[in-house]
Design a protein around this ligand. Structure first.
Ligand code: ZN
Length: 242
């Protein structure tokens, strides 16, 4: 075999290996794409669930505080009303103006207190209703999200189990191809692949580069088809294969 024929054989072998490599990388990219959304989606659902649980816990805590407040104020209101009745009775029995003024002042104070307690109680009742509604609504959403997470989580696990094996096999095949490729050529392929949407190799398509559609001169097209030389697209740098 002459040196030139030897080089041509090398070029042909490299072109075949590069074509195979691109095929493997396409499959790996499909796997990544297939998984792509699902892990993120499951993660998002889990974060949503956490946030909803925290929201519900917080509102339940507030509900408990509101219930305490309601009990306290109701008790205080009862006491104040008893005091009010007593003061009213005392007013009928007063003997002096001073006594009358003192009891009236206390009566007014208790009256104000009663007003305040009643306002607090009304507020607490409204708050209780509002919080209860918030918790109930969020619980419905939480249940839906939990169900979705369960389905998607199972889907993800299944997909991971499926694709992990495929991915391992593809990686193994890839390594076998890469070791047989000249290092600078592989480096060029990797550089272009990473910069150009995962494609370092492009097929010839209607006399143009299948990657960027730049027209390839007829003589170069002949060389590409003969696979006697490594041809790079002058526009995108991809390795052109037949
Ligand atoms: Zn190109």
């Amino acid at each position: 075999m002459s040196t030139e024929a030897g080089l041509e054989t090398k070029a042909r072998e490299a072109i075949q290996l590069l074509t195979e490599l691109q095929g493997i990388d396409d499959e790996l990219m499909d796997i990544a794409l297939e998984r792509g959304d699902l892990p993120e989606e499951v993660e998002r659902l889990r974060a949503d669930i956490g946030a909803m649980e925290a929201f519900i816990a917080e509102r339940k805590q507030a509900l408990e505080e509101t219930a305490h407040l309601l009990t306290d104020r109701t008790g205080e209101l009862e006491e104040a009303k008893v005091r009010q009745t007593k003061l009213q009775e005392q007013l009928y029995a007063v003997k002096t103006t001073r006594e009358y003024d003192a009891i009236t002042a206390e009566f007014n104070f208790v009256k104000d207190e009663i007003g305040k307690f009643e306002t607090d109680i009304t507020g607490a009742i409204h708050r209780k209703t509002d919080l209860t509604k918030q918790v109930e609504e969020r619980l419905v959403t939480l249940e839906k999200t939990r169900a979705e997470e369960k389905t998607k989580g199972a889907e993800l696990n299944e997909k991971l189990a499926e694709t992990e094996q495929d991915e391992r096999q593809l990686q193994h095949r890839r390594e076998n191809v890469v070791v047989r490729l000249p290092k600078p050529l592989y480096a060029h392929y990797e550089r272009i692949r990473k910069a150009k949407d995962g494609r370092g190799v492009a097929r010839i398509l209607d006399g143009a580069c299948g990657g960027c559609f730049a027209v390839i001169p007829p003589q170069t097209q002949v060389n590409i088809r003969k696979m006697t030389d490594i041809v790079l697209c002058e526009t995108c740098g991809r390795i052109i294969v037949p």
